[in-house]
Design a protein around this ligand. Structure first.
Ligand code: PDD
Length: 277
């Protein structure tokens, strides 16, 4: 068939992307972003475990086991002679088939993963970042690392347009997480973060932050806090595979404490550095 694009009509074979692809047409897929330091994965097993939790949750069948997927991912770094800091983006969709909401039968998942160089964001990690708050308008299964990222994309863009790094999302005033990271408040020497329910992504780095806090003897309390609570926070921070442990120095133009990265945040960053290297 002849396909219409914005600027021309063309035969479908000339299109550079597969248009009948469920990831593209429905966002019908899931993904992972895995950090690499000095050519080695950080938290690989945690990411592979979450990948399989996501595919199971959306009923996508993979033809490989967790062990085989892990092996493939390790080979990907070898084949690319990866020795630097970077990340792997891995995507799994329900495959290519004529558009129909119902699952296609006998169609294999489309899987790809690729390596990208990524330097550590040392400047922001040291100085901390400004953020904004925004309503969390996502669905109720945010624990699935779904390709449906439009609300996240719009939230992050809004943050950027306001000169900020991240958008802190809230449901009816209760803080859930950020557009692409988990978020924490430190108050009176304790770390508070939204419990790992269906309303947030269970971050791999978040699991480590809990472990670091335990090792440091800092209470890690899985109890949500509100946007109002932020006004009295001693420290705020966020975490993700790409942002690592990142201090938040302001929220909606209001400084957190003295507007500098806090002490507990710095200790967590130190623990992260030791763990990742
Ligand atoms: N984002 N919450 C959301 C909504 C995320 O998208 C992410 C990760 C996290 C942190 O998860 P982890 O610690 O496993 O990286 C929390 C990735 C980095 C991304 O979408 O690029």
């Amino acid at each position: 068939p002849i396909i219409m694009t914005q600027s021309s009509f063309t035969h479908r074979d000339n299109l550079k992307y597969p248009y009948e692809e469920r990831g593209l047409q429905f966002g019908d897929g899931i993904y992972e972003v895995i950090r690499i330091y000095n050519g080695e994965y950080y938290l690989l097993q945690e990411h592979v475990d979450r990948l399989f939790r996501s595919t199971a949750a959306v009923k996508i069948n993979l033809d490989v086991t967790k062990e085989e997927m892990t092996h493939l991912l390790l080979q990907l770094l070898e084949r690319n002679k990866m020795t630097e800091d970077g990340k792997v983006y891995l995507q799994v969709t329900r495959g290519s088939a004529p558009r129909d909401h119902v699952f296609p039968e006998g169609v294999p998942a489309n899987v790809y993963a690729y390596v990208q160089d990524l330097e550590r964001n040392t400047e922001k990690i040291n100085t901390g970042v400004p953020t904004i708050t925004q309503r969390d308008v996502r669905w109720e299964n945010c624990y699935i690392k779904s390709l449906n990222l439009l609300p996240n994309v719009l939230a992050k863009q809004e943050a950027k347009e306001k000169g900020c790094y991240e958008a802190i999302l809230h449901r009816d005033g209760i803080v859930t997480e950020c557009s692409s990271s988990n978020v924490y408040m430190v108050k009176d020497g304790k770390i508070y973060t939204h419990p790992a329910t269906n309303n947030i992504l269970h971050g791999c780095v978040r699991m480590r932050v809990e472990k670091f806090a335990n090792e440091l003897g800092v209470p890690f309390i899985e109890q949500s806090f509100s946007v109002e609570d932020i006004a009295d926070a001693d420290e705020m921070l966020l975490s993700s595979s790409t942002s690592e442990v990142m201090p938040i120095i302001s929220v909606d133009n209001v400084k957190i404490a003295d507007g500098k990265p806090g002490n507990i945040t710095k200790q967590l960053q130190q623990a992260y550095m030791e763990d990742a290297n």
